[in-house]
Design a protein around this ligand. Sequence first.
Ligand code: ATP
Length: 291
Amino acid sequence: MPIIEVKELRKTFQTPQGRVLTAVDGVSFDVEAGECLGIIGESGSGKSTLGRLLLRLHEADSGSILLEGQDVRALAPRALRRKRRHWQIVFQEPFASLNPRLTVRQIVEEPLIVAKLCASRTERLKKVERTLDEVGLSAQFLDRRPANLSGGQQQRVGIARALVTDPSIVVLDEPTSSLDLTIRASILRKLSELQRARGLTYVFISHDIETVRHFCSRVAVMHRGRFVETGPALDVLDRPQQPYTQALMAAAMAPLPYMSPDDDGGLPPVGGADIPPDDDGSLLPTKAANA
Ligand SMILES: Nc1ncnc2c1ncn2[C@@H]1O[C@H](COP(=O)(O)OP(=O)(O)OP(=O)(O)O)[C@@H](O)[C@H]1O
């Protein structure tokens, strides 16, 4: 039996102008336990909304979601809170998703307190330290706050917070898109390692086709709230059947516009007429500007 079963899921939003926007438009899919399903598509195609609907961070308008056989949409608030420990999410912007006032220890401890998972504080703290160690953060980070961490370290905290309750399903909503390339690779390696070690099921939302190619066994292509093509990652990405997927792949492969070394791209020359001679180009306000 699949661990995730979604049928005819639909979600609309009301725009400030009073228009109805259909963000997810009748999506159906299954995910087997231990699998990684990649969801790709342009910005605004509905990927994040779908990820949030799965965990009921948004309420769907219609359709059904079964996670581990549980009808997520039918769960009462208390039952949903209890089940949340099994179904977690890692967000795109680690800094925005971490409470800046809390220390790393408090951030990772919180889901354990909410789920009442440990018998004592000592047990809880041991679990926090073990999970941080698993994501590659030593005990020296425990008392730091998010602002004192690099982007990669912040995302490791986001991952530890998602994994500390030993979930079975994790939605990864563009978990590395705000990070530098080298950091991105090491976080993806870690996520892959954790998936194998813990037998996790991932729903991996991404713009980045190359990342999905390496990371996911299956891919769904989303366009205007619908799945237009689904299948094994290498089939969909290397031999797309649908015109929309073909266009998406072609756009991803397109080279950057050529610029010759002496082509200034039409920018004004440095020190040219547009820049006053006494302007040092600094973005900091001058004393005169402050006065
Ligand atoms: N809370 C909301 N209220 C109103 N409209 C929303 C809300 N959340 C998303 N939308 C709209 O729903 C559509 C789908 O957005 P969504 O963020 O799911 O797309 P996405 O594919 O994840 O895009 P991105 O890759 O840029 O994150 C967009 O038109 C978006 O503006």
